[in-house]
Design a binder for this molecule. Structure first.
Ligand SMILES: Nc1ncnc2c1ncn2[C@@H]1O[C@H](COP(=O)(O)OP(=O)(O)OP(=O)(O)O)[C@@H](O)[C@H]1O
Ligand SMILES: [Mg+2]
Length: 246
């Protein structure tokens, strides 16, 4: 089983929307998917309750210490992909989700505020030595602002943008909001739309990144000890996180 987490401090950047879209794109590609909700806002559970289908199951985990055992048991039950949606801000549960992920996806709108807000998540991801990528979401169709945003994210990670900024960028379109209200993913709500094409394309990029991570990643995973700092596990407040990141 592979595990993806969507995380960034900034609220409203698209974590839940992208978690849903990627989940359905992965199901279309043959995966058995479990969505994990760690956000007490309950956006994902509310979406599931509006949903006309039982799959994918949305399961809440609100206690950081439960992650390792729960992921092991999902693996045993035949789930091939777990996607974890997190809340904005910095918390012990998000830190734990990052720690046990195979890939951390950090969404950002192409704005300075969103890009700046990725820094604390990036520090956490790097502290745990997890593979990661940024997703530019709610973008204009094209324009200089988009190119600047992608370059800024590449610079922040001090890496070539082709490896750390996922493509395609996800354009701002009403389909995403309408799908969320209908309890559907955009690829179900408007299967032949540009929005759906982008999400499927994004899944292909993410899948390739996951597979690349599996070959180059030499870090231990569940059940083995991680050589990363222990401090992030106990971060409970943004102030503590700021101290850690500094
Ligand atoms: N590409 C997009 N185009 C248009 N609307 C979008 C897009 N992505 C997300 N949205 C909308 O933006 C709003 C915020 O998205 P979402 O709830 O996914 O963000 P979030 O990061 O999970 O927020 P929070 O931090 O509050 O959990 C929602 O109304 C969603 O439908
Ligand atoms: Mg959310």
């Amino acid at each position: 089983m592979q595990t993806i987490v969507l995380a960034t401090q900034k609220g409203g950047s698209g974590k839940t929307t992208l978690a849903i879209g990627l989940a359905l794109a992965a199901i279309e590609a043959g995966h058995t998917v479990r969505l994990i909700e760690t956000d007490s806002q309950g956006t994902l559970s509310n979406w599931q309750s509006r949903r006309p289908y039982a799959e994918p199951i949305v399961e809440p985990i609100y206690v950081a210490a439960d992650f390792e055992q729960r992921l092991q048991s999902l693996d045993r039950t035949g789930v091939t992909l777990t996607i974890i949606d997190t809340s904005g801000g910095v918390s012990a549960i998000t830190t734990s989700a990052i720690r046990y992920s195979d890939l951390c996806l950090i969404p950002a709108r192409p704005s300075v505020a969103d890009i700046e807000a990725t820094a604390s998540t990036l520090s956490m991801v790097q502290a745990w030595k997890r593979p990661f990528a940024f997703i530019l979401n709610q973008t204009p169709i094209r324009g200089q602002r988009l190119t600047s945003a992608a370059n800024a994210l590449g610079e922040e990670a001090a890496l070539d943008i082709s490896g750390v900024v996922a493509t395609p960028f996800i354009v701002m379109r009403n389909d995403h909001q309408d799908a969320l209200s209908a309890g559907l993913a955009v690829n179900e709500y408007a299967p032949n739309s540009k929005s759906a094409d982008e999400i499927r394309g994004l899944w292909q990029w993410v899948e390739a990144k996951l597979n690349a991570g599996a070959t180059i990643q030499d870090e231990p995973f569940i059940g083995e000890s991680l050589e990363a700092p222990l401090a992030p596990m106990f971060i409970e407040t943004p102030a503590e996180a700021a101290a850690f990141v500094a």
